[in-house]
Design a protein around this ligand. Structure first.
Ligand code: ASP
Length: 328
């Protein structure tokens, strides 16, 4: 009798799973067919008179990055892997201020920051001030998975990278003509001209959220300056109970307002929707022109508010949404 009830229960569960389109993955998590991924390639002053060839090149890169993440999620990959691979793509693309295309410090060097967070268990890892790492996001993930720490910086981070078998790159690897020109122009006009920090947030088919951010920081920053991007709760945050967030903009302001965590806190403690929480932080807590963020919640809702003239961004969902954009 007992075994009959057990068999009947098993059949019922299998039927239910077929009906709801769910399946069990290798880690025993329920897999449904719902995912969302949102990416950004930085917010800032992006002129609408950008030459068409440059505009098209940016849109193409956004599409390629989005496709990488979308395919990982559609094939049952995790949100964490999707975020990491999207960021890796951007870190190879000199158009973006991360990895290869990192901006210049006031000393003419490159110092990069990155972070990654898993909303499933709040595990996270970050690196700051690294100067010889082609993929700071990969090092951030290693910090998360292979050390008892959350944030490693400067020589300590690079020593750890070497121990992990990562190749250290010469600083010249990060020298690009476009960034050099931007740095010279910045010094002449003393006005902000950098954008191109990159970020990704995702909800995977197991219902897990993740967020990742990578940057070269602000053009002409003081050597040693660390922005919001590697700081968990400021530039990056993910919690399955609320949302995943990646920020871009004037880092000091994002730190002062604990932006990424505040989006989550408004949802948790005030019961705000994702959109309301994200809008509140970008349009009310921060000042105009401070920047923007991307966010996704556990239901797959997404938000991409920004108060600058533009933000390179894109979104793809299991429901067939696939868009990339620069201006409002
Ligand atoms: N938030 C980054 C920083 O302050 C820069 C950016 O997003 O453009 O380092």
């Amino acid at each position: 009798m007992k075994s009959l009830i057990l068999t009947a229960a098993t059949v019922l569960v299998v039927l239910l799973m077929q009906y709801t389109g769910t399946a069990q993955d290798k880690d025993n998590e329920i897999r449904n067919s719902k995912f969302t991924i949102v990416i950004h390639g930085g917010a800032g002053t992006i002129s609408k008179s950008l030459p068409d060839s440059i505009k098209q090149a940016y849109l193409q890169s956004l599409k390629e990055a989005l496709t990488i993440g979308k395919n990982i999620l559609a094939e049952g990959g995790t949100s964490l892997d999707a975020c990491q691979k999207v960021i890796e793509y951007f870190e190879n693309d000199p158009k973006f201020n991360a990895g290869r295309g990192a901006v210049y410090t006031a000393a003419g060097t490159h110092e990069m920051d990155a972070s990654i967070m898993n909303g499933k268990d709040l595990s996270c890892g970050a690196v700051a001030g690294v100067e010889h790492i082609a993929h700071p996001i990969d090092l951030a993930r290693l910090v998360m998975e292979r050390t008892p720490h959350v944030l490693l910086a400067y020589q300590g981070a690079e020593k750890f990278a070497e121990q992990m078998g990562m190749k250290l790159m010469p600083q010249s690897y990060f020298d690009t003509q476009e960034r050099y020109k931007q740095w010279q122009e910045y010094k002449k006009k003393l006005e902000e001209g950098n954008h191109g920090t990159v970020g990704c947030v995702a909800l995977d088919e197991y219902g897990n959220l993740a967020a990742a951010t990578s940057t070269g920081g602000m053009t002409n920053k003081m050597p040693g300056r660390i922005g919001d991007s590697p700081l968990i709760g400021d530039g990056t945050y993910a919690n399955n109970k609320t949302c995943a967030v990646s920020c871009t903009g004037w880092g000091e302001k994002f730190i002062k307002h604990t932006v990424a965590f505040n989006v989550s806190a408004l949802m948790k403690y005030r019961g705000y929707s994702l959109k309301k929480a994200a809008d509140e932080v970008i349009y009310k807590m921060l000042d105009p022109e401070d920047g923007g963020l991307i966010a996704v919640d556990k239901k797959g809702n997404y938000a991409m508010p920004f108060s600058t003239s533009g933000m390179f961004r894109g979104v793809a969902t299991s429901k067939g949404v696939f868009t990339v954009d620069i201006w409002k």
